[in-house]
Design a protein around this ligand. Structure first.
Ligand code: TYD
Ligand code: MG
Length: 449
């Protein structure tokens, strides 16, 4: 085997024979680092013959999923843990990944599986201190402070566990590759070793991955392609709320979210996030409106706030927290041109309360409502929920799962829903008044009569 040196982009995994200042693939500056790789000649590695199966012959392994008992976690996974699956949990340092996984470990062990928690970042006594805080008792959780994946595998040959936790992939290394732990080749290789182990032995493996500043899992997006499920643990360190979001899942739907609260004694599930996100709402203030957005299969009611104020400077300012900035500009344009509400010259800020990120277009109409309410200084009736997609012609377009959204509003005691006309006749909830609107103008006339 020959050693050769390659320059590999630490952000996206692109490799080049010589150094470049800018990665031609992801356009990142100064992301290429030199790594030595063994250039192995292309030979057959396995002697066994491959035999394709006929689709009809394949026996369907009925998902022997098991539940961890942490409902929010199980839902995000698509209904429990699939043995043999590899789950990557990404997030900023300090957000609570180790805490979450230690709590998951505890729950798994109470279901009579033993768990091996491999930490490359903390010593056993540090983990012990954390477990004391979390009140994790002496269940069969085994702690291993180790970073060599080869040594870990050797141990795993001798002892079987019901689940593995690897905290974090950036600290693991295999001696087969000479570059440093955390580099693209190491991360890729150690992850595929774990993947092979998981598949071969039908053992679930949870991998922690740190996230870089720009939001991608450090060491690379290649990691996201290898694993079965990618979950992001998000939240603002200033807020106690944490959201676990699935962005890829081979065993369930994506965009599913779980909501937790970080307390003194660890993470607590938030079973009813809608009432949480609305708990600090001041009813009757201008610029605030409630929307039901859909996160995966789950409707969540949140408050959207807007502030429209006259701009002291020549160039008006715009700010968007929790909603897409370009979408906001588009909606301001629609208000100006199609409805004749001229806010273009004003400073405009929009904020989603509680640190949620709303990405679906169904929130368009509520952004428009909040903007208009703030601009006119007229509060929107606090028992009203608004949702609908807005088109460039000023029309209100239908959204998915309107019924689910209206039901959630009804459950939390809202009295009126202003929704797209197209959806209005499909609703069979009779505890709320449902008003269908076909244009933005139409909706504004109803809200601010
Ligand atoms: P941690 O799980 O170490 O984060 P990560 O593994 O993602 O880097 O969580 C660290 C933060 O969580 C730390 O700032 C303290 C806080 N925390 C609590 O508030 N309560 C607790 O019970 C625990 C264990 C941690
Ligand atoms: Mg940690």
């Amino acid at each position: 085997m020959k050693l050769k040196s390659l320059f590999i982009c630490q952000a996206c995994g692109y490799s080049a024979p010589k150094w470049m200042g800018r990665c031609p693939d992801c356009n990142g500056w100064n992301t290429l680092a030199e790594e030595t790789v063994t250039a192995s000649p292309h030979t057959r590695i396995s002697d066994s013959e491959i035999i394709p199966l006929m689709l009809d012959e394949i026996e369907y392994e009925k998902g022997e999923r098991f539940l961890t008992g942490i409902g929010e976690f199980d839902r995000v996974l698509g209904g429990g843990v699939v043995p043999g699956s590899v789950v990557l949990i990404g997030g900023d340092p300090g957000i609570g990944k180790s805490t979450l996984l230690l709590q998951v470990a505890e729950r798994i062990t109470s279901g009579s599986r033993n768990v091996l928690y491999i930490s490359g970042e903390e010593s056993p006594s540090q983990i012990k201190i954390r477990s004391g805080r979390l009140n994790v008792s002496a269940k069969p959780i085994y702690i291993l402070s180790e970073t060599s994946i080869d040594d870990i595998l050797e141990h795993l040959q001798k002892t079987m566990y019901g689940a593995l936790i690897v905290d974090s992939i950036q600290t693991m290394f295999t001696s087969g590759i000479s570059s440093a732990p955390g580099s693209v080749s190491q991360v890729r290789e150690t992850a595929s070793i774990l993947m092979k182990y998981a598949k071969k032995n039908s053992i679930p493996v949870f991998i922690v991955g740190h996230v870089t500043k720009d939001g991608t899992i450090a060491g690379p997006r290649v990691l996201e392609h290898i694993v079965d499920t990618v979950l992001y643990f998000e939240g603002d360190r200033g807020h106690p709320y944490r959201i676990l979001r699935s962005v890829k899942n081979r065993f369930g739907s994506t965009h599913e979210i779980g909501v937790f609260e970080m307390r003194e004694g660890g993470l607590e599930e938030v079973v009813n996030p809608s009432s949480l996100f609305l708990s600090e709402r001041t009813a009757g203030s201008a610029g605030s409106v409630v929307v039901t957005s859909l996160e995966g299969s789950r409707p969540i009611l949140t408050e959207i706030q807007a502030l429209v104020s006259s701009s002291p400077f020549g160039i008006p300012k715009r700010g968007a927290i929790g909603v897409d900035y370009n979408r906001l500009l588009l909606l301001v344009g629609v208000l100006d041109k199609r409805v004749g509400i001229h806010i273009q010259g004003q400073d405009i800020f929009v904020n989603v309360v509680g640190g949620l990120e709303l990405s679906e277009p169904a929130i368009d109409l509520s952004i428009i409502a909040a903007l208009t309410s703030s601009f006119r200084e007229i509060p929107i009736d606090s028992s009203t929920v608004v949702f609908g997609e807005v088109g460039l012609a000023g029309e209100v377009r239908g959204v998915t799962s309107a019924e689910v959204r209206v039901k959630e509003a009804a459950k939390l005691g809202f009295k009126r829903c202003i929704i797209p006309e197209r959806n209005a006749n499909q609703i069979s909830v009779n505890t709320v008044e449902v008003i269908g609107v076909s244009t933005v103008k139409n909706a504004i006339d109803i809200m601010f009569h």
